[in-house]
Design a protein around this ligand. Structure first.
Ligand SMILES: *Cc1c(COP(=O)(O)O)cnc(C)c1O
Length: 390
């Protein structure tokens, strides 16, 4: 086993040719510095400015939606998206346990609770059959809403997540949600640049949410975005992320409790420069993934590939090891030898805040939690330098 791990370690080191071998890091290979200096010189560094509008337009055009609303980070964007989807205190949100904690934190900010259904082993995202089974057996309809038979609470929304950038079976999930009249909010925080049958992730439901945190495929330092085709939702999102201030030449009037969640112009300036390179980042990450796929084909370690009919941004490359013991041995070997690898997140259903949440048994989620490992996925420097964009 250790000779197999040593072979993996050697391969990864040759890919990076002496660079630090880390999971991910931001790449600033374009106009970042110029746009930041321009932004500072303009004095518009805060939540009003041309770069915010431009960044929103770029994201809307790239993902193919009508509206994009920038926010200070992905978690804040999720918070607002869920609020606008109708999530209220004491309601419930169906989501997956295999996700980053922000998904469930946003649910909690509204006083709601997550309910966990299982994921597919192939896509790592919510399983449509598991969602339908849960809704069929554990809920009933009353007064135009869906109610959880066990808890008596209203089910307000469904939030699948595109894990590590790989699209989940979002068309089937959208169909189940439509059958039940359940608002669909996609946590597409990790999947900018990923599409399902040529349609960008995050655009299948009422809203999608993207993150531009420092570890995502493009970064604004911190930042997030809500994407939607719904004009009313978009207007409302802009309104409540900007303190719910009514337009007026000089008076301060606010018509509800709003949030100071607008992305600063400085961060958006970074975002505009990063957007100019997104296509390039996606293509070099896909090249890296193809190298990994070829290498692991001959080994008895499974490399996670994009689901059929999808194009993944391969944000974080992942392996599925044979057992928990093998996973731990792999993590131990690689990290000891200077190759950064990490296990997937601990399942949300095992965290103290969510351990009492209802779940459907989570067979595949538990199976994956014990076997998934992320391996170095940053764009190698050589690829950045070779195709520098000016
Ligand atoms: C990164 C991430 C978020 C949150 O984004 P931030 O910008 O870090 O707040 C939400 N969900 C998932 C799945 C993420 O990976």
């Amino acid at each position: 086993m250790s000779s197999l791990f040593a072979e993996v370690e050697r391969f990864i080191k040759t890919v990076y040719q002496g660079e630090p071998v880390v999971l991910h890091r931001p790449v600033f290979g374009g106009n970042e510095k110029d746009y930041l200096i321009e932004c500072i010189d303009s004095n518009f560094v805060s939540s009003v400015g041309e770069r915010v509008d431009e960044f929103e337009k770029r994201i809307a055009a790239y993902t193919g939606v009508t509206y994009a609303i920038a926010a200070v980070n992905g978690t804040a964007a999720l918070h607002i998206a869920l609020k606008l989807a109708g999530v209220t205190a004491d309601s419930e949100v169906v989501t997956q346990a295999l996700t980053f904690v922000a998904t469930c934190n946003a649910v909690s900010y509204l006083g709601a609770r997550p309910v966990f259904v299982d994921v597919d082993r192939g896509t790592l995202g919510m399983c449509p059959e598991a969602l339908r089974r849960f809704l069929d057996t554990c809920t009933h309809r009353r007064d135009g809403s869906i109610w959880n038979k066990e808890s008596g609470r209203r089910i307000a929304a469904c939030v699948p997540m595109h894990t590590f950038g790989h699209p989940c079976r979002i068309d089937e999930l959208a169909a189940v949600c439509a059958d039940y009249g359940l608002p669909l909010v996609e946590d597409s925080a990790e999947s900018l640049g990923s599409s399902f049958r040529r349609r960008h992730t995050g655009t299948f439901g009422l809203m999608g949410v993207i993150s531009f945190n420092g570890n995502k495929i493009i970064t604004t330092g911190g930042g997030g975005m809500i994407v939607t085709n719904d004009a009313a939702v978009a207007a409302k999102a802009k309104h409540i992320t900007t303190t719910a201030k009514l337009p007026h030449p000089y008076e301060y009037v606010h018509d509800e409790v709003g949030y100071n969640y607008r992305l600063p112009n400085l961060n958006a300036a970074l975002g505009c420069a990063q957007m100019e390179q997104l296509e390039h980042f996606v293509s070099v990450k896909r090249e890296l993934a193809a190298k990994y796929a070829e290498f692991f084909e001959d080994l008895r370690i499974m490399f996670v590939r994009e689901p059929e009919g999808c194009s993944s941004n391969y944000w974080l490359n992942a392996l599925v090891l044979e057992s928990l013991q093998e996973r731990d041995a792999f993590l131990e070997h690689t990290n000891r030898h200077g190759v950064m690898t990490r296990p997937a997140w601990r399942l949300m259903s095992r965290l103290p805040m969510f351990k009492d949440s209802q779940n459907d048994g989570l067979r595949n989620s538990i199976w994956l939690e014990q076997r998934l490992v992320n391996i170095p996925s940053c764009v190698p420097m050589t690829a950045c330098a070779a195709k520098r964009i000016d």
